[in-house]
Design a binder for this molecule. Sequence first.
Ligand SMILES: [Fe+2]
Length: 385
Amino acid sequence: MLARVRGRRLVLFAFILLSVILAAGCAAGGDEAGPNTSNVNQGTGNQGNDNSSESPEPDSSGNDQEQAGGEVNLYTARHYDVDQELYDQFTEQTGIKVNVVEGKAPELIERIKREGASTPADLFITVDGGILNTAKTEGLLQPIESEVIDQQVPADLRDSEDHWVALSSRARIIAYAKDRVDPGELSTYEDLASEKWKGRLLVRSSTNLYNLSLLASLISINGEEAAEQWAAGIANNLAREPEGGDRDQAKAVAAGVGDIAIMNTYYLGRMSVSDDPEEVKVAESLGVFFPNQDTTGTHLNVSGAGLIKHSQNKENAIKLIEYLTGKEAQEIISQANFEYPVNPEAELPDILKSWGTFEHQQIDFAEYGVHNPKAVEIVNKTGWK
Ligand SMILES: [Fe+2]
């Protein structure tokens, strides 16, 4: 019996140690580089090194709660300082300890699959609705039953069967050089493929999931053929071969390499408060345009949390999601990261208010995952690198 308790303590210690190592290895960058996942649906065992030898031993003994409030184990592909701050606050308020394992989304999915019924994971947190849907279709999640969450998060920001719930959202918009582009010239994503933008458009590599999910949404809305023509038009209009992340496209517009860039909103928010005065200048020189307001809406993506099917701390996991989608936590996430809150009660940071409100695409986020393989095929064909 004593040996079993010691064994459990050792397991817990190993788990905490691993969490600390992983957290330390992933500094304050956020998902700056963006998820580079060419196909979120592939991935049966070929995701390479996911440090499986360092995995915490699953605790098969059930509720091994070392602390008054127990614990909750997160596998997360989000790497923001603000996330950890919120986990700490949650622990302070509830006594529930939050153990964090960080990794890339496809690796975490593989790991949860491999660990099966004895996985220590309670929640899977990641960016991109397509990946959250992949976790669902792989059978890794279960419904989250909580009236608090249903009240705090609108239904269109939750999985249709509540297997996951969004924690924040971001819009993929057109940033334009205020001194050279009249926003009256801008209209839709579709229009960016037209001749008038030749040599003026900047966007990061098509292998990035932000672009693949945008393309997947256009496949869903306009069909495969139109989406392929669109991707070819984008490739044809680029001011330079894709390089860098979204932030680099903004800098290139400010430097005059091109006139407009497709990018996520929160990068402009972050640049506006950057320690680097050059980044502040870049953010100030750009305008934000929400495309497709008269048609199908602006492309929106989410970060979200899915409840693991074999969660051994289900109640605590749901409590954590209730906390993270509460007004207070939502305002903290939005103020720190400039993502949009999912809770309509949360107040927006001033810069987000200044961009105004917008209509977003009305499609199931699951579609991003469903059309991902086709999107990969299209960009490979059209030469958008
Ligand atoms: Fe990002």
